[in-house]
Write a protein of this length. Structure first.
Lengths: 250, 377, 304
């Protein structure tokens, strides 16, 4: 056993193309067990593509992705989910025609045991009280915030030790976003989760994350510990891609 | 002289196609086998139809199951024009007198065979070209059934379930060749025209196509009407080839065979349409010979009857699975130098599409991240 | 018994058949975005499996002679196996293909099956006598009702209830519904795509088998293209009812059954032949005006 733990998730030299368009170029990142890592970047930077590639939804043209030491490139998304990596995609993608509870039960597909699933359900409802109230409602009737909770709860049901969350704050009011993040970080502690989160805006997550990667136009521009980078100039430059003369002069 | 050669080289792919087909036909005709000549003629008629089919499907990326309906319309138009008037007056009592009492020359009949389907295609296309891929395909399928139902039941005009007969059988391999080559020329000219190029640019890309809106619908409509005219002409040829026909000839079986030819050859290119017809014809002929049986010594080996059709179906399925872009891979003949009009076309449309597709696919993948290519590039 | 009541029962019975076929098509479209042209041919196989394979004009019963508790599962098994084979051989390799490719592929499968049947059994329609005891009338509450029709409707209702329970109460059923709505998302949550799809094919196959038996009892004759009109009308039903909605497919099926029966009964005779033309003209209209069908689900709207 080495003293340095093997990274939980390791991405190396990832290239993803859509026909002629290069969406990701030479992207590398690591996530250690128990960490909260955040990827920030402007719209169109490739953040969603990156998470989708890791979760198996998009095939990379080049590069390596290792989860818990196992190569997961060219593995189907369902297999990756069963290996313990769950994606909460942008836009939630809840199953609107199913009830809240049925949505959660899908999360339990990873294991077939109904009794275990029932226990997990109880646990999940304890975290997300609003979901318990609406358990028999069709999921399409939920508010944006509740749907986000449902999407996260659903991923939780898979008992995956690592969860990828794609822009959890999208389209939500600030108070709800705070709530969601509180829950996420609470879960991280209670459920011993490892999180990889995409966000467009940095300031919220930067305080909570362990490490940050900045992705712009398909390439990683900057990465480092959140404590060092903070919300400072380095991040702004990497994010926007230019040197803010006035900020430099000040 | 130099200039002429330059032009020839720029447009080499359709010229080569036409030359090869002509060569094939010449050899076949000179060989003197009657059966071969019939097969060749039918191949050329099918080629006209499949090329017409390609003009729409290949350029727009929308699958049409209904074009054989246009073939039917064209065939019957030619039939009405050229069948023996005595017979028409007896059997087709519902025909207007300018058709019933007259017998028109071949070319006039062909003009009608091309025109009538085009006239029908215009309003139909105007309605359904707005629809997205699957919906449009289903609508074309519905059109096929409607035409079938219409023509089978309109007894007074089409002789319904019985044959429209007493047609002059004047289509021979040469006439077929002229029309097939003509179809290739028309298809090529369309594909390098402004509308053809723009249509191909929006081909695989419903979302971007929707964004372009009206323009795409118009381009699709042009392709639709043009393709209807070409396949209609093919239908007219069929009428004068068979001498008598029923509505059943132009229904699901022909739809499948022509589609199979296009798929096997390669949906995305004109060469694909031509190659597909030739290859499938050979395969089917080969199987047919096997069905008749080959004698080795005193025993005869024969495939059970029906092997042709199953063979064709299997070939079609294999191509879809193993090489969905068809034998030609969606490329035109001799496209290794970038200077032919065909390959410049391919480059241009790939570039335009890449930008549009790239942007929209990043959006799209969030709900449908599949990315295999089947209606090929 | 009044003619109107007879027509109503005919309509419901025909509608039941169309609903079952439409359900098979709708299920596969929902999960796989596949328009299964071969669904009608599954029915054809179910029927032909009853007789001894031969090209004779007169058909001799093989499985058809067995008692019904053995006959029914046997036919179901045969058709389900064929359906699963088409998935494994043709559609699984095409998992990531676009819809047009799937459409053409299913067309090819249909073509192969039809010609296969043609090859084995010959081209001439054969007369077959299956459960002719059902072609009588029974007395219910003072009314004489056709037994076969009643059985058809009853079987359909039972089958649909069972299917509904399956889809709502079992874990795998819920997974199927989720996959039908958002296949990719279901995968991200660990749902095994191939299992769900295989199950969908199996269910479609079973539905086709049931239809084959009901239909054959009624029509009494076999032909290699017998499944085509059923599939065509079921197709109309799916489009009208709403592609991607199972309830829509069923509703569409009944609607088509009603429309066809009443057109047949009340259209002037010289227009009756144009029934197909009317039906498919309606399809085009629906596609133009309300492409996701009468009962719209969000995924259908995106898909069509």
């Amino acid at each position: 056993m080495s003293a340095i733990a093997e990274p939980f998730l390791e991405v190396n030299g990832l290239h993803v193309r859509y026909s002629e368009l290069v969406a990701l170029r030479e992207v590398s990142l690591t996530v250690a067990e128990g960490e909260v890592v955040c990827i920030i970047g402007p719209n169109g930077a490739g953040k969603s593509t990156l998470l989708a590639a890791i979760a198996g939804g998009v095939a990379p043209s080049r590069g390596m992705i290792r989860f818990r030491g196992q190569n997961i490139v060219d593995t189907s998304p369902e297999k990756i989910a069963r290996l313990g990596l769950s994606l909460v995609p942008e836009g939630r993608h809840i199953f609107g025609s199913l009830t809240v509870e049925e949505n959660l039960l899908i999360g339990a597909s990873r294991r077939g045991d109904r009794r275990e699933a029932a226990k997990d359900l109880t646990r999940v409802y304890d975290y997300f009280a609003p979901l318990r109230e609406r358990r028999a409602n069709p999921a399409s009737r939920l508010s944006g915030g509740e749907q986000q909770m449902l999407a996260i709860a659903r991923a939780l049901m898979t008992r995956a030790p690592m969860i990828l969350v794609d822009e959890p704050s999208l389209g939500l009011a600030p108070k709800i976003i705070d709530q969601i993040y509180r829950i996420l970080l609470d879960l991280r502690v209670q459920e011993k989760l490892t999180l990889l989160i995409n966000e467009q805006s940095s300031h919220r997550i930067v305080k909570q994350a362990d490490r940050i990667y900045v992705l712009r136009a398909g390439e990683i521009r900057l990465h480092g510990a959140a404590s060092e980078l903070g919300d400072g100039r380095a991040i702004k430059e990497a994010y926007f891609g230019f040197h803010d003369e006035q900020a430099a002069a000040s | 002289m130099n200039r002429a050669i330059q032009v020839l080289i720029r447009h080499r792919s359709p010229i080569i196609l036409a030359a090869c087909v002509t060569l094939l036909v010449t050899i076949g005709v000179l060989s003197g086998f009657r059966h071969l000549q019939l097969s060749l003629t039918e191949m050329l008629l099918r080629m006209t139809i499949v090329v017409g089919l390609y003009v729409f499907i290949g350029n727009s990326g929308i699958l049409s199951f209904g074009h054989i309906g246009f073939v039917c319309i064209g065939a019957y138009a030619a039939g009405w024009a050229t069948a023996d008037p005595d017979w028409k007056q007896l059997m087709l009592t519902g025909l207007p007198s300018f058709l019933q009492d007259e017998q028109y020359p071949f070319l006039a009949a062909q003009a009608g065979a091309a025109l009538l389907p085009a006239v029908v295609a215009l309003p139909l296309g105007a309605a359904i070209m707005r629809l997205r891929g699957i919906a449009a395909s289903i609508a074309t399928f519905a059109f096929l059934i409607i035409i079938q139902s219409f023509y089978s039941n309109w007894d007074s005009v089409t002789a319904g379930a019985s044959s429209l007969a007493r047609l002059p059988t004047i289509v021979d391999p040469w006439i077929g060749l002229v029309f097939a080559v003509g179809a290739i020329a028309v298809a090529y000219l369309f594909q390098i025209s402004r509308w053809g190029l723009m249509l191909r640019a929006s081909r695989d890309d419903d979302v971007a196509a929707k964004a372009s809106g009206v323009r795409t619908v118009r381009e699709r409509l042009i392709a639709f009407v043009l393709s209807a005219a070409i396949v209609g002409a093919g239908g007219g040829l069929y009428a004068e080839f068979l001498g008598s026909m029923t509505v059943d000839e132009f229904y699901l079986e022909m739809t499948f065979v022509t589609l199979a030819m296009l798929v096997v050859g390669g949906i995305g290119s004109l060469s694909g349409a031509v190659v597909g017809v030739v290859v499938v014809t050979f395969v089917v002929e080969f199987l047919r010979t096997l069905e008749h049986g080959i004698s080795v010594g005193t025993t005869t080996f024969a495939l059970p009857s029906g092997s042709q059709e199953i063979g064709l179906g299997v070939v079609m399925a294999l191509i879809l699975i193993l090489r969905p872009s068809g034998l030609t891979g969606g490329r035109e003949f001799l496209e290794w130098h970038g200077d032919s009009a065909a390959s410049q076309l391919a480059l241009a449309d790939r570039a335009v599409r890449a930008v549009e597709v790239g942007v929209t696919q990043i959006e799209q993948h969030k709900s449908e991240p599949e990315k295999d290519v089947s209606v090929p590039t | 018994m009044s003619e109107f009541l007879q027509n109503v029962i005919d309509a419901l019975s025909l509608g039941s058949i169309y609903a079952l076929v439409a359900l098979g098509i709708g299920l596969l479209f929902g999960i796989l975005r596949l328009i299964n042209f071969a669904q009608g041919d599954f029915i054809t196989i179910g029927c032909y499996a009853l007789i001894v394979p031969s090209t004779d004009v007169t058909a001799r019963m093989l499985i058809g002679a067995w008692s019904w508790p053995v006959l029914i599962p046997s036919i179901c098994l045969i058709v389900v196996v064929i359906a699963l084979l088409t998935d494994v051989l043709v559609f699984r390799p095409l998992r990531r293909a676009y819809s047009p490719t799937l459409m053409i592929a299913s067309f090819a499968v249909s073509y192969i099956i039809q010609n296969g049947v043609l090859m084995i059994y010959g081209s001439r329609p054969k007369a077959v006598n299956l459960w002719s005891e059902l072609n009588t009338q029974i007395l219910i509450g003072g009314l004489r009702l056709p037994l076969l029709q009643i059985v058809t409707i009853a079987v359909t209702l039972v089958l649909m209830s069972v299917l509904t329970l399956f889809l709502k109460r079992t874990l795998i059923g819920i997974q199927m519904r989720a996959s039908a709505e958002d296949f990719r998302m279901a995968q991200y949550l660990g749902v095994r795509g191939n299992v769900v799809i295989g199950l969908a094919f199996a269910i479609s196959g079973m539905l086709a088998a049931v239809v084959s038996l009901l239909y054959l009892t009624q029509s009494g004759s076999l032909s290699h293209v017998m499944g085509v009109p059923l599939a065509l009308y079921a197709f109309v039903a799916v489009v009208i009812g709403g592609m991607g909605s199972l309830v829509g497919s069923v509703a569409g099926g009944f609607l088509v059954g009603i429309i066809v029966t009443f057109l047949q009964a009340y259209l002037p005779p010289d227009l009756r032949g144009f029934r197909d033309a009317f039906a498919f003209a309606v399809v085009i209209l629906v596609l133009l005006l309300r492409p996701a069908g009468l009962i719209q689900t969000k995924s259908a709207i995106e898909r069509v």
